[in-house]
Design a protein around this ligand. Structure first.
Ligand SMILES: Nc1ncnc2c1ncn2[C@@H]1O[C@H](COP(=O)(O)OP(=O)(O)OP(=O)(O)O)[C@@H](O)[C@H]1O
Ligand SMILES: O=P(O)(O)OC[C@H]1O[C@](O)(CO)[C@@H](O)[C@@H]1O
Ligand SMILES: [Mg+2]
Length: 319
């Protein structure tokens, strides 16, 4: 093992830069050469590959976005793209690649591994939808950002005695909605993984209004439906003064939290040590506070399970 490559792929996530820094610095410290690959798998296939030195990753631990840039490049699901990517890696003398991204990017790392090219996946996505890790890099920051925004929405909701339906991101995963919903005292949290009853939510909001509560808040994960659609459903059961709000891509921005920086640093460091031990084809994550590594080939036989106890917790304490 002499040279490793690093790329970030899929939606950007706060803490990706901290992960790149940790991989690069650990590798350099152990005598490896490090190459950055720009624009995810698109840049890999195009050969947008350049040597990284220690200074290149200086002042990066606290920065948002990804300085390696990222891309959605569906062509990498095809044999042609994968073989072209491997040819580029070989041309640059790279022995292993660390892929930082979400579930789609893990499929890319899995494809490289199946074709015999050593790859390690690090979970970098705000969605928190990856098995074998209790948190993905970027999830904590996205939750903080969404929480801050919803706190502000609540200010105006209270002044007008309005109900707000707020869409948060997460694709088909309800983790951001659950965590932020609890943190913001939502009247209801609606996620794609669990059934929900719009009439029951409407009755809950009405009961709160009758008790004199000055606002209502329903956090809806984007994988369920849009906030507008949910508001239309809700209005079938009551004459609410409601507004719909989509938080959107702001949830991917901002300075990474301490949790995301530390998670990124631990996982990036561990990925390189595993490669130095001669291991590979792995998905690295954090389980019960410990860094773990699982065969990336097994990853998709398992699905991420959220902490659904948050729903019950919220319905008991949020009135
Ligand atoms: N089945 C697959 N085989 C090979 N490569 C894939 C596959 N699916 C996705 N990829 C690659 O991974 C990239 C990122 O995937 P995707 O757009 O799903 O984002 P992600 O990594 O899940 O991140 P996020 O969900 O946070 O945006 C794709 O653009 C493509 O290049
Ligand atoms: O940036 P795009 O391509 O619009 O993708 C948005 C999606 O990416 C994410 O922000 C991260 O996966 C999802 O939560 C969201 O559904
Ligand atoms: Mg994804």
């Amino acid at each position: 093992m002499k040279r490793i490559g690093i790329l970030t792929s899929g939606g950007d996530a706060p803490g990706m830069n901290a992960a790149v820094r940790a991989v690069a610095r650990t590798a350099m410290d152990n005598g490896l050469e490090v190459f950055g690959i720009r624009y995810g798998f698109a840049g890999l296939v195009a050969g947008d590959i350049f040597p990284l030195d220690s200074e290149d990753v200086a002042h990066k631990i606290n920065t948002p976005g990804t300085f390696l840039y990222t891309a959605r490049y569906p062509e990498f699901a095809n044999e042609e793209g994968q073989l072209a990517g491997i040819a580029q890696l070989k041309k640059h003398g790279i022995d292993a690649v660390v892929v930082i991204g979400g579930d789609g990017s893990y499929h890319g790392a899995l494809a490289l591994t199946r074709r015999g090219f050593n790859s390690i996946g690090l979970p970098g996505t705000i969605d928190n939808d990856i098995p074998y890790t209790e948190a993905t890099i970027g999830y904590d920051t996205a939750c903080m950002t969404a929480m801050d925004a919803i706190d502000k929405i609540r200010d105006t909701a209270s002044s007008h005695h309005r109900v707000f339906i707020v869409n948060v991101m997460g694709r088909n995963c309800g983790d951001i909605a659950m965590r932020v919903g609890v943190a913001c005292g939502a009247d209801a949290i609606v996620i794609p993984e669990k059934p929900y009853d719009v009439k029951e939510i409407a009755d809950r909001l009405k009961a709160a209004q009758e008790r004199g509560k000055d606002h209502g808040l329903v956090v809806v994960a984007e994988g369920v439906m849009t906030a507008e659609e949910f508001m239309a459903e809700l209005k079938k059961y009551g004459d609410f003064d409601a507004r719909a709000n989509v938080l959107g891509h702001m949830q991917r921005g901002g300075t990474p939290t301490v949790s995301d920086r530390v998670l990124a640093t631990k996982l990036g460091n561990a990925a390189v040590h595993l490669l130095l031990e001669g291991k590979g084809g792995l998905a690295v994550g954090m389980e019960h506070g410990e860094v773990t590594a699982h065969d990336i080939l097994d990853l998709f036989e398992n699905t991420h399970k959220g902490d659904y106890s948050l729903l019950k917790l919220n319905s008991e304490v949020s009135k």
